[in-house]
Write a protein that binds this ligand. Structure first.
Ligand code: G4P
Length: 531
């Protein structure tokens, strides 16, 4: 008989949703929770949305926290599975947080607005998933409105992302005439009831085999003829479905629906949980660590401080990779080279933080962090293990940070350090005499506002940011590299990251290309080299 560990691994699914803002991620998340029985009435996640659109509201970061933190990880049971949905920050801008969350996921759901197709943020996030080679499932949303033709969307995935799609189901109608979906595998039509269109509760549906007489009582002749024609097209011209192609991320199973009305949510969830992989192994220098390895190991992929302003606590989010985590256990912290006690774990279910007793591979736990964790840290029971670290990505916006109040410089530095450990910003040191003010780099420009706001409200230090004209940062490595090679010039500047590694900031593509051509002996890396 399979061990408890084997069983717990087999039933887990850990994934993240990637999308462009407004595609419906909040709505879909809410509906998945609704179907998982984790919330009873959809609408409870909605407060998030309300506070998000207006910047002034958004800047009330405690509200924002209510968003990205309480929902950092949502665990819910569904038909025997334990589902972990890793939430990526929902705001309009982009941050490294999103990238890193993907490092902890075993699969991604790419959510696409049927009218808009593949949008810029989806593209960026897709690239990260590609890099990791994780399976990607596509949910085409908002079918209750008129959008692009399904075949056109399939084509777009291929043209824009180089990704072949296999429609698992096919929509019947669109806009007000969106009636249901046809399940290609089971050859069954699911028609949804138009009652209760607001989707507060599970939608009523009827499942009818396509080649039964009953089908004529649910679809009219025109609907039936169109459906049959389109399916024939897919069957003849489409890709062959294989699990291997899905697992390796080459073929995306595609689903259609409307998160708002719940149409198609259950068929998606059922098929997704069936096809998505259980927790996967993670690479270490000594080879992959399998989830069923009996001893506990995990890595930190996200740190969040001051979640509760009353307590000023700091939480390190750790993904369990192997074995069983038991509350209060001791594990070896490879960067610090010592055993540490993993105290106060918590898990996040919808809006509550619940204390947990144990956790299994694929689960994410929030560890109380007295300041000993960094993103990428590995923890393992009784051994010195190192998972390949979560990459740090090249920022695209830069500014010099100046203190508005010289007497509070220490507080400013503390705040900057904290936010850099959380990964909100990256901090660079200028080289050269008298260049004391740090430079910050961010992946999305909105992070500058977050930085300014949080340093002021959490550390009581007011800062000014002088934007710099750079748009690329490259870690430079190569034999005998001398940082002076790239002494300050109008279009570039050499700096150091917090580990003392040299980087060069470039103004634009041209400046970067010029340096690359002039120094073929050097490598210009867009992610920090592993130490
Ligand atoms: P996001 O987290 O990806 O940014 O998207 P979110 O769920 O907040 O949805 C963005 C907007 O799209 C919301 O409208 C939401 O109601 C709508 N939406 C989500 N799914 C569907 C769908 O399946 N069909 C249709 N027609 N709309 C959908 P809003 O006007 O910004 O907010 P609200 O007034 O509805 O709350």
């Amino acid at each position: 008989m399979a061990s408890e560990l084997d069983q717990e691994v087999a039933r887990r699914r850990t994934f993240a949703i990637i999308s462009h803002p407004d595609a419906g991620k909040t709505t879909l998340t809410e509906k998945l929770l609704l179907y998982g029985g984790a919330i009873h009435l959809a609408g409870s996640v909605k407060a998030r949305r309300a506070s998000r659109h207006a910047t002034s509201d958004w800047m009330e970061l405690e509200k924002q926290r209510g968003i990205s933190v309480t929902s950092s990880v949502l665990q819910f049971p569904y038909r025997g599975h334990a589902v972990n949905l890793l939430d990526t920050p929902g705001h309009q801008d982009f941050s490294e947080d999103t990238y890193r969350t993907l490092a902890a996921a075993d699969a991604a759901v790419m959510l696409i607005d049927a009218a808009k197709g593949v949008e810029p943020q989806t593209k960026k996030l897709f690239k990260v998933c590609r890099m990791r080679g994780i399976p990607i499932f596509t949910f085409v949303n908002k079918l209750d409105r008129f959008g692009r033709a399904p075949l056109e969307l399939m084509d777009e995935l291929e043209q824009v992302l180089g990704l072949r799609a296999y429609p698992m189901n096919w929509p019947i109608g669109m806009g007000p005439e969106f009636r249901g979906v046809y399940d290609r595998q089971h050859k069954v039509v699911h028609v949804f009831s138009a009652e209760g269109r607001h989707g507060e509760s599970e939608v009523a549906e009827r499942s009818v085999p396509l080649d039964s007489d009953e089908i004529h009582s649910v679809l009219n002749e025109r609907e039936l003829a169109t459906l049959k024609e389109e399916i024939e097209l897919l069957d003849i011209g489409g890709d062959e479905f294989t699990r291997e192609k899905v697992t390796s991320g080459q073929l995306t199973p595609m689903f259609f629906g409307s998160a708002m009305t719940n149409f198609g949510v259950r068929p998606f969830l059922d098929a997704f949980l069936e096809l998505a992989p259980p927790p996967t192994s993670r690479p270490t220098k000594e080879g992959p660590r399998e989830p069923t390895y009996p001893k506990f190991s995990g890595f930190v992929f996200k740190i969040q401080a001051n979640m509760d302003p009353a307590h000023r606590d700091r939480i390190a989010f750790m993904r369990v990779v192997s074995g069983r985590y038991v509350k209060g256990m001791t594990a070896f912290h490879s960067r610090l080279g010592k055993d540490v006690r993993l105290a106060k774990p918590s898990q996040f279910l919808a809006a509550e933080r619940t204390a947990i007793e144990d956790a299994w591979p694929g689960d994410v736990i929030g560890l109380f962090d007295p300041g000993m964790f960094r993103i990428g840290d590995t923890l393992a029971e009784g051994e010195d293990l190192l998972f390949e670290s979560v990459p740090r990505f090249s920022p695209e916006y830069f500014a010099i940070v100046r203190s508005k109040d010289p007497l509070r410089r220490k507080q400013m530095e503390k705040g900057l350090e904290q936010l850099s450990e959380e990964g909100t910003v990256q901090i660079f040191q200028q080289l050269g005499m008298g260049m004391k003010d740090p430079i910050v780099g961010v992946v999305g420009a909105l992070q500058f506002e977050v930085l300014q706001f949080r340093v002021e409200h959490e550390y009581g230090a007011r800062i000014m940011l002088d934007r710099l004209p750079f748009s690329h940062a490259r870690w430079v490595v190569g034999p005998n590299f001398d940082p002076k090679t790239f002494d300050w010039e109008g279009n570039r500047q050499t700096v150091q990251d917090r580990d003392g590694l040299p980087l060069v900031l470039f103004r634009d593509d041209w400046a970067l290309q010029h340096a690359e051509e002039k120094h073929p002996e050097l490598k210009f890396l867009s992610a920090a080299p592993q130490l």
